[in-house]
Design a binder for this molecule. Structure first.
Ligand code: UT7
Length: 320
């Protein structure tokens, strides 16, 4: 028994922020951002938060799957930007959906959040513990970036994507999840602290800080490695894979991965030009676009792969 994605959904805020808009607030320009990243515009929240986006994506995924909220056994939300320290965003989603029979919790793996949540769901289903699950990747990094730091504020966008997963004979076959905590400082967001009555600390703003080149080098090495691992373990070859659906951080990272895997670029769908890097949401948003536009056919073998803060990275091989 394995688990299969039977429905997808996504949500992005309506507000579009273009590269030209950002050039008005930091010293940057469209040519630099597009040329270095492939990003032309992104969506940014006005009022809504991570949970709101997650709920909307989840409703669309349930509708697409034809599954009722009360059928859900487990809800996993991959996010690095929950609206509250606690309760988990997943519990908020459960409440909004009235998924009364589910257990819900968050998974913190930054941009790998959806992949880690999906692989965790697969483990629960494969073990026979649960049958029907909802996996969400949602992030609202616009609330965590320093809008004066041109090195990071041009990269990210807000959004959410979701997948309904069910126990079936065919579906996810191989998974890899890895992390390297020794490099946690390469990409981090130190949370705001009020201190306590003994140490008299004053609250500090916590912004995303990133060594972009280190993340780039890590991604182009580790992503091909974990993709090769799931393919090797499945006794398939690269040519058996229809699409590689990678975290949408930078088109140059994806080009480099394609080159290392010796695979054509048309196997690597991309949408970061419209949404920027939506962190844990990027893989499920892209998957939902592909599903709804009919690009995914029953029996297609696809590999999903995410990477990000932690450092974390992983891959999942599945049959659609
Ligand atoms: O989800 C995972 C999250 N992160 C990533 O995936 C990030 C991976 N890394 C990257 O995508 C790239 O490293 C970046 C896009 C972040 C940066 O590209 P780069 O080619 O590594 O540029 P750089 O950091 O080496 O900076 C080159 C120059 C610098 O100026 P000098 O020192 O050469 O004069 C920067 O100050 O570009 C400057 N720069 C900018 N210029 C215009 C940095 N940000 C900007 C900007 N606009 N927004």
């Amino acid at each position: 028994m394995t688990s299969k994605i039977i429905g997808t959904g996504s949500y992005v805020p309506v507000q579009v922020v273009t590269n030209d808009d950002l050039a008005k607030i930091v010293d940057t320009n469209d040519e630099w951002i597009t040329g270095r990243t492939g990003i032309r515009e992104r969506r940014v929240v006005m009022e809504e938060g991570t949970s709101h986006m997650a709920v909307e994506a989840a409703r669309r995924a349930l509708d697409n799957a034809g599954v009722k909220p009360e059928e859900l056994d487990l809800i996993l939300l991959g996010t690095a930007s929950p609206d509250h320290c606690f309760p988990s965003g997943a519990c908020e989603v459960q409440g909004a959906l009235e998924a009364v029979n589910a257990c819900a919790f968050d998974i913190s793996a930054a941009c790998s959040g959806f992949l880690f949540a999906l692989n965790t769901m697969q483990a629960f289903i494969q073990a026979g513990i649960y049958r029907t699950g909802l996996v969400i990747g949602a992030d609202c990094l616009s609330k965590l970036v320093d809008w004066k730091d041109r090195g990071t504020c041009v990269l990210f966008g807000d959004g959410a994507g979701a997948a309904v997963v069910r126990a079936e004979d065919k579906g996810m076959t191989h998974t890899v999840m890895r992390s390297d905590g020794a490099k946690w400082q390469v990409l981090s967001c130190i949370s705001r602290t009020n201190g306590n009555f003994l140490n008299h600390q004053t609250p500090e703003p916590g912004y995303i800080s990133m060594d972009g080149q280190e993340v780039f080098k890590f991604a182009v090495k580790k992503v091909p490695e974990c993709i090769q691992q799931v393919i090797l373990e499945s006794n398939l070859s690269m040519d058996d894979i229809k699409y590689f659906v990678l975290h949408q951080a930078n088109y140059r990272i994806i080009e480099s991965v394609a080159k290392r895997l010796k695979q054509p670029m048309d196997k690597f769908p991309m949408n970061m030009d419209h949404y920027g890097n939506t962190s844990a949401a990027s893989v499920p948003i892209l998957l939902d676009e592909m599903n709804r536009t009919g690009r995914l056919k029953t029996g297609d073998r696809i590999v999903l792969s995410g990477f990000g803060g932690g450092l974390t990275w992983g891959a999942t091989l599945l049959e659609w």
